[in-house]
Design a binder for this molecule. Structure first.
Ligand SMILES: O=C(O)CCC(=O)C(=O)O
Length: 262
């Protein structure tokens, strides 16, 4: 389901980001930049996620891959957490990352105006078999189905590479508009409708960020390596954007119009 022989090279830093790259984003549907978060900010984000994960009273949401009563040690608990979300108002370091001036300035340039935070998540892919996230478009998920395109920002907190489940994208796929999603291994695009021959992998150093269009096909393979792959993911929508109507959502992201089965 993935190619591992074509990798994208991110810009070295925000200083290299110009109008050319805004144009490239509109054409290709993504742009990646190294060193968006500095080392101290990455470390503070990792510690904050750990704190939230081990705070039994936390107001953030935590998604486990195993029943909690089976987790007998801190390490087992940590490695069983796939997702932490809704944490920006729970921890100042994570609030600072979501509203980081560098991130907001890139997103505002990509969207051409003021933006609002629409979603905050940490996506944790543990070593020795951390799960796949099949190909999908983020706007096919209800909380991101705005009537105007959203921008996703995926920030590596560890080295994210070919072996531990870095991001993969299909360049220009945002131009297809919304496509039907199916409940298969996840809410996803049907495997056989993904032009995998066009897959480009986006390895990132800690603090590097992928900025991607809400309709871009993307996914992440399994992590069978011995290294963690932890990431923050934020989504931003234009400030004035409203959610799509349920009818519009159904037309765009289900097989209502095509009747195609998966
Ligand atoms: O980080 C991952 O493994 C998957 C990220 C992603 O594409 C998503 O959650 O929408």
């Amino acid at each position: 389901m993935y190619r591992f022989d074509r990798c994208y090279t991110p810009l070295s830093s925000l200083n290299d980001f110009t109008e050319e790259h805004v144009k490239a984003y509109r054409e290709q549907g993504f742009i990646a930049i190294d060193q968006v978060l500095q080392k101290g900010e990455v470390e503070a984000s990792v510690s904050a996620i750990m704190e939230v994960m081990f705070d039994l009273e936390t107001k953030a949401k935590i998604q486990f891959t195993k029943p909690q009563h089976e987790l007998t040690s801190d390490v087992e608990r940590e490695l069983a957490v796939r997702k932490v979300s809704e944490f920006v108002d729970v921890h100042t370091a994570l609030h600072a990352a979501a509203y980081h001036p560098s991130i907001l300035s890139v997103v505002e340039r990509l969207l051409g105006g003021p933006v609002k935070l629409a979603q905050d998540q940490a996506l944790l892919k543990p070593p020795y078999g951390g799960g796949e996230k099949p190909w999908h478009q983020d706007m096919a998920y209800g909380n991101l189905s705005y009537e105007k395109a959203v921008v996703g920002v995926w920030i590596a907190l560890d080295n994210a590479g070919l072996g531990n489940g870095c991001m993969h994208v299909i360049p220009q796929s945002h131009r297809d508009g919304g496509v039907p999603h199916y409940a298969v291994r996840d809410w996803q695009i049907c495997d056989r409708y993904v032009p995998v021959e066009e897959d480009v992998a986006i390895p990132l150093n800690p603090g590097g960020a992928l900025f991607f269009h809400g309709l871009l096909y993307h996914g992440t393979p399994f992590n069978f390596s011995t290294h963690r792959r932890r990431a923050l993911q934020f989504h931003y929508a234009p400030s004035e954007a409203q959610k799509m109507s349920p009818g519009e959502y159904k037309r765009m992201f289900t097989n209502e119009l095509t009747n195609a089965e998966c």
